[in-house]
Design a protein. Structure first.
Ligand code: E4P
Length: 217
């Protein structure tokens, strides 16, 4: 499963890409607002850091304006993926962009029927929001399992991009459920490496090595 970082914070992204473990990035209007920076400038900066997919979301909700915005965003770099809302206008834009070989990420997916329609519209990625479904009392991970089963049975090539990730457990379970990608906030990406027994074990090895008085170099 590939890992994208879900942020518009370019200093966090720089650190994440330096690890060599991250394949792409997703942003949304809320993340852009949190960055306090110019949208197109941020997307251009991120696209300079990676050749991997960088999702940039349209702001409009009607087809014509979404298409006009998509064309501006797609001009920024070859690796820009146009993020579109899961509405009829969004799916219409998805079909038009797909036919022009512009990559798309259909966002705000909360049901199997929505994921099915996005695949029919030729979406490159579908973004089911796990955490926001969990917040309503549903099990967001069930949706990832169901989408994977439906896409596999019918041979859809749309990639499942698990979004609204809130924990390391979400990342692990999304991988087991067959998501192609998980988009992860920087803090959770850093948490993927952490285990108290690793810290405790390493401290003991360092202390015992010091007792030997030896040096490898
Ligand atoms: C990513 O593409 C989504 O916009 C993001 O994961 C949403 O996460 P949130 O539910 O934590 O805002």
């Amino acid at each position: 499963m590939n890992i994208f970082i879900d942020t518009a914070d370019t200093s966090e992204l720089e650190k994440a890409f330096e690890t060599g473990l991250v394949e792409g990035c997703t942003t949304n209007p809320s993340l852009i607002a949190a960055s306090g920076r110019d949208f197109k400038e941020v997307i251009a900066e991120i696209c300079d850091m990676t050749d991997g997919p960088v999702s940039a979301e349209v702001a409009a909700t009607d087809y014509e304006t979404m298409m006009a915005e998509a064309m501006v965003l797609a001009e920024i770099a070859d690796n820009v993926v146009i993020k579109l809302p899961l509405t009829m206008d969004g799916l219409k834009a998805c079909q038009a962009l797909s036919s022009e070989e512009i990559q798309t990420n259909v966002t705000l997916c909360f049901s199997l029927a929505q994921a099915w329609m996005a695949a029919k519209a030729g979406a490159t990625y579908i973004s089911p929001f796990i955490g926001r479904l969990d917040d309503t009392g549903e099990n967001g991970m069930d949706l990832i399992h169901d989408i994977r089963a439906l896409y596999d049975v019918h041979g859809y090539e749309t990639e499942i991009l698990a979004a609204s990730i809130r924990s390391v457990d979400h990342v692990e379970q999304a991988a087991l459920a067959g998501a192609h990608v998980a988009t992860i906030p920087p803090k959770i990406f850093n948490d993927l490496l952490k285990h108290p027994l690793t810290d405790k074990g390493l401290a003991a090895f360092v202390a015992d090595w010091e007792k030997t008085g030896q040096s490898i170099l």
